[in-house]
Design a protein around this ligand. Structure first.
Ligand SMILES: *Cc1c(COP(=O)(O)O)cnc(C)c1O
Length: 418
């Protein structure tokens, strides 16, 4: 299996392992499979979620140096359940049973275990730099904690992340260090960029959501979940996916192209409208992000959009395959309350975007809203709406009770290495 850049006109290609270690293609594009493979004949649901996901990943690692390690990587990375909340066909896929209670655990963990194996084989070490304003940093820190040959430096803006998020960024020791930067999130990102450009610093890498190693597992859980759903209801589901950088949704498009039983894919966006406006006007215009209640989707220039454009190159093809709707903060609040009042089910603000879109725009009786995070992560928004406290799930509780440790530094990247 070969991977090419979204920007390359043919020619250069890469193995999955090279793509995972590089992150970004040398021409600045994103890695795509040369052609999307079919599900292997050996695909089975009989050995549980992690095994089904492993089967879905096999064709992408054919002939790769990780081919023989893939089963072990999947068993280690996907070590938590992937359940549905069932409502007679209008179901919700709960992707939040990983260590940091959001779907990013799948990608971050697969990437961490894959990199560890590759570095072990090559006898090399890497330091991962992450600038974070919240969720990503916690998932990456947790996934890479304790992995050999890897160190992580997490940078976050002092005083600007929620207390529960701060705990997830600072509750680590060993190979994970966290830095509270006296500055903004943009300062943190600038420090990471400057470090990457410093010729004296070697062995640095990133764990961005555009990394192939984070995207492939997101394809794999759609293969698993759509197959389980079809087995249960005898129908293909419409998948409604809360989206920001559209990495999660890109995984679903790859799964569908492999033959997974997905009827169609609908993106649920917050007030950030680059994709909804593109569908309406035919002109794609990235822009600065707007702050919303679904803050992990506050993206004005989605980094994975290049992969969707590679699959659906013109506006007609895009419209044939992509639906997207935008949800306001008022609608997010209304939906969290509506769902709770109807059934007692509690959802996070991102999931609420998905549920709103299903209720207003999906006519089909068989659908799945993808729940991207546990509502307890967003207790300050959700609890006042439902009028009660949300119990903290075991996975979050464990992280929140680690001893915090972080270093406060001014916004100068040299201090990360002193
Ligand atoms: C990252 C994130 C999203 C957005 O996912 P993308 O892949 O960027 O589209 C949605 N919800 C939550 C909780 C997230 O952490």
């Amino acid at each position: 299996m070969r991977f090419i850049s979204t920007r390359a006109e043919g020619g250069e290609w890469f193995s999955a392992s090279d793509a995972i270690l590089k992150g970004l293609a040398p021409d600045g594009g994103l890695f795509m499979p040369e052609s999307i493979p079919c599900l292997p004949d050996s695909f089975t649901l009989e050995r549980g979620a992690w095994y089904a996901m492993y089967q879905a990943l096999i064709p992408y690692f054919e002939g790769d140096e990780l081919e023989g390690d893939l089963e072990e990587i999947c068993r280690s990375a996907f070590s938590f359940p992937v359940p549905f909340h069932s409502e007679g066909g209008k179901d919700t896929l709960e992707l939040y049973f990983g260590p940091t209670a959001a779907f990013k655990d799948f990608g971050a963990r697969f990437l961490a275990f894959s990199m560890e194996k590759l570095l072990e084989k090559r006898n090399e070490d890497l330091t991962i730099l992450v600038a974070t304003s919240g969720d990503t940093g916690g998932a990456v820190a947790s996934a890479f904690h304790g992995r050999n040959h890897l160190a992580v430096k997490v940078l976050f803006p002092k005083g600007r992340v929620a207390e529960r998020q701060r705990m997830q960024l600072t509750g680590w020791d060993g190979n994970v260090s966290s830095y509270e930067v006296d500055g903004s999130f943009d300062d943190c990102q600038r420090m990471v960029k400057e470090a990457f450009m410093d010729p004296d610093l070697k062995g640095l890498s990133s764990a961005n959501s555009i990394n192939l190693g984070r995207l492939l597992p997101q394809m794999a859980y759609y293969v698993y979940a759509s197959s389980i759903y079809q087995l249960k209801y005898g129908e293909e589901a419409v998948f409604v996916i809360p989206s920001g950088n559209v990495g999660n949704a890109t995984g679903a498009y790859w799964a569908k192209a492999m033959g997974a039983p997905i009827k169609r894919i609908v993106l649920a966006c917050n007030a950030n409208r680059p994709i909804t406006d593109y569908l309406e006007t035919g002109k794609y215009e990235p822009r600065p992000s707007l702050k919303t209640l679904a803050n992990a989707m506050d993206v004005g220039a989605p980094s994975n959009i290049e992969r969707l454009f590679a699959m659906f190159p013109d506006i007609e093809a895009f419209r044939d395959n992509v639906s997207a709707y935008s949800v306001t903060d008022d609608e997010i609040r209304k939906t969290i309350k509506e769902v709770y009042d109807e059934s007692g089910y509690v959802i996070c603000p991102h999931t609420a975007c998905g549920e709103r879109v299903r209720r207003d725009h999906v006519a089909e009786p068989y659908s799945v809203v993808v729940s991207t995070a546990h509502p307890a992560k967003f207790n300050d928004i959700v609890e006042p709406l439902i009028g009660r406290e949300i119990a903290i799930p075991k996975n979050l509780y464990e992280i929140m009770h680690k001893t915090p440790s972080s270093v406060e530094i001014p916004a100068d990247y040299h201090l990360l290495f002193s």
